[in-house]
Design a protein around this ligand. Structure first.
Ligand code: PEP
Ligand code: MG
Length: 588
């Protein structure tokens, strides 16, 4: 995202002002604002000289931006960062962009800058208009890529924001977070985002405070303004004074520091609880082990997708899976098969009218079976002598499990016939679609374990988009129906001795945890930064107490009542077990 920091003319430094958004990633950050421009307008003098000269300037700037990108790609950036750079490169190479820029210069006499800006807007608006949030995300990529050319056109004097800035950006993608992370941001503030959107999950993993819901932030905040961002409360203070900084430095604390005791985890009455980590790479896993986690409860394999280049080859996947399996050793890794939609397959012009309900995840795997079979072979091979389990996403009933298992068996037989060693991985399923909850007893007959994907379960159960802050108020993980669903699954699993782990974001929420224990959950898989407080809370709570709590909460009819009851119970009984400030802040 080099070069997209927008310098807004100085001169109107605001006096202290407070804004309240929604915290998406805890932590406090203090820094100068760097507004990341995602709407392009003419940025430089619109003086258009001879079109031939403008075209030449454009071509040189394009070449400069390309060379820059290629250098960045080969400079050893992380996989996901490399992906976004690849996408930018593809955009810069696209004739749709270059032809249109040159056409605008010739036919309308625009300057190179104005032609690039106008073209980017046209292309990005087309994507934004698509009823598909992933295509809308591509609009951001187009604008980012165009900004690289604009920067080249404007010379190299536009400075990159220094490390420790607070980035203000309209909306985040996981790739943007990863790219910004390289600039060690103090915090990020956005207009749009949801607690369980993948960008927020990545920000929490990287410990970057994020506040969203600040509408019109590019007008509210001027570049260079000092802001204090509290990702826990959602508060943002422009030009804070010393007392603001002092109060935040003592509260709320983010975690308890890492527990020195990292042995087996038990509740206060000795009941064993399994705590795994959601990890997509070896470094995160090794760090999690050092602070008391054993095993990877969710490896989101789609993280290995390489931009528009599609799926990794069988060999690449085999190597990635072996590496993570070697790291996780006997404790094992649960690798979820690709949980992607058609957009990530770059499947031409096919536009999902309703992406969350479309041809995605296991449905896509069972439709376009080639890539699924490739992945299954890589998984089977990597499970030879290693503890690798397969997790099937977005299962709605027994039928998809049977069909997926048939593919697994066929590929196993195929490998055996070819003399290629393969293992016999256990096969679990994500429970994240309401029908799977209702079928959980039957599903237990066909699955070795269950993973409760509550991020999606809340979305599908309550019919509320998890990525859309406009409906965040309806995304209620404490809704009585969600609690009933978790209980239904826990009961089915416990009755059939099928291990059931919660791996959605609520598993890492101290606020939710006592309830999960009380509903019968004994396995959790959490973000690395939740490990310390999850351990602390679990070791301080007795199962019978949490069961009583769950029973009393089950009598209540709204999420607001449930939240109030839990808050009261925690304040009266276990205030010492919660991070400071958490019980006073908004529940998420
Ligand atoms: C979930 O849906 O809860 C989950 C863990 O998976 P993801 O967030 O990747 O959809
Ligand atoms: Mg999910």
């Amino acid at each position: 995202m080099n070069g997209i920091a927008q310098t807004i003319p100085a001169g109107s430094v605001p006096t202290k002002r407070r804004f309240t958004g929604t915290g998406l990633s805890r932590g406090v950050g203090l820094g100068r604002i760097a507004v990341l421009r995602d709407r392009l307008g003419p940025r430089f003098a619109a003086h258009a000289a001879d079109p031939k000269i403008q075209i030449e300037r454009f071509r040189k700037a394009l070449e400069f931006a390309r060379t820059n990108l290629i250098q960045l790609t080969s400079s050893g950036s992380g996989t996901a960062t490399a992906d976004i750079l690849d996408v930018h490169l593809l955009i810069l190479d696209s004739h749709t962009l270059t032809d249109r820029v040159e056409q605008l210069i010739t036919s309308r006499g625009l300057s190179a800058q104005d032609a690039v800006a106008a073209t980017a807007e046209e292309l990005a608006d087309k994507q934004s208009a698509a009823p598909d949030h992933l295509l809308a995300e591509k609009a951001l990529d187009i604008r980012d890529a165009a900004n690289r050319i604009l920067q080249a056109l404007g010379g190299s004097e536009e400075p990159s924001p220094p490390e420790g800035s607070v980035f203000a950006v309209r909306e985040l993608t996981p790739q943007t977070v990863l790219e910004l992370a390289a600039r060690k941001p103090a915090a990020i503030i956005t207009e749009h985002g949801g607690w369980t959107s993948h960008a927020s999950i990545v920000a929490r993993e990287l410990k970057i405070p994020v506040v969203t819901g600040l509408q019109g932030l590019t007008e509210k905040f001027l570049d260079g303004t000092v802001v204090l961002v509290n990702g826990t409360t959602g508060e943002v203070i422009a030009e804070p004074d010393a007392s603001d900084c002092t109060s935040l430095s003592i509260s709320p604390s983010e975690d308890f520091g890492y527990s020195a005791e990292i042995g087996p985890l038990t509740a206060a009455d000795g009941v064993g609880i399994t705590l795994r980590v959601n990890a997509d790479n070896v470094d995160v896993y090794e760090a999690a082990v050092r602070i008391g986690c054993r095993g990877i409860g969710l490896f989101r394999s789609e993280i290995t997708l390489r931009g528009n280049r599609g799926f990794p080859t069988e060999k690449e996947q085999y190597e990635i899976y072996c590496a993570i399996a070697e790291a996780s050793g006997e404790d094992g890794v649960r690798i979820r098969t690709f949980d992607v939609g058609t957009e990530q397959l770059a499947a031409g012009d096919f536009v999902e009218r309703n992406p969350s309900l479309g041809l995605k995840s296991i449905r896509l795997s069972l439709t376009e079976t080639d890539f699924f079979r490739t992945q299954i072979r890589a998984l089977l091979r990597s499970s030879h002598g290693r503890n690798v389990s397969i997790v099937l996403p977005m299962i709605s009933g027994v039928g998809e499990i049977l069909r997926s298992k048939a593919v697994i068996e066929e590929e196993k037989a195929h490998l055996q016939r070819s003399g290629i060693p393969s293992g016999d991985p256990s096969v679990g399923v994500m429970i994240e679609v309401p029908s799977a909850v209702l079928m959980s007893l039957e599903i237990c007959d066909h699955a070795d374990f269950l993973c409760l994907g509550t991020n999606d379960l809340v979305q599908y159960l309550l019919a509320v988009d998890r990525d859309n802050e406009a409906v965040a108020e309806w995304y209620q993980s404490l809704h009585p129906a969600v609690i009933r669903a978790v209980e239904t699954v826990a009961k089915a699993a416990n009755a059939s001795d099928t291990p059931a782990s919660v791996c959605g974001e609520i598993a890492g929420s101290p606020f939710y945890l006592p309830l999960l224990l009380g509903l019968g959950i004994r396995e959790l898989s959490v973000n690395i930064h939740s490990i310390a407080h999850v351990r602390r809370l679990i070791s301080g709570v007795r199962i019978d107490e949490s069961r009583e709590l769950a029973e009393s909460v089950k009598q209540l009819e709204t999420s607001a009542e449930i939240e109030t009851a839990l808050r009261k119970h925690y304040q009266e009984n276990w205030p010492h077990l919660f991070p400071a400030g958490l019980l006073e802040s908004t529940y998420r």
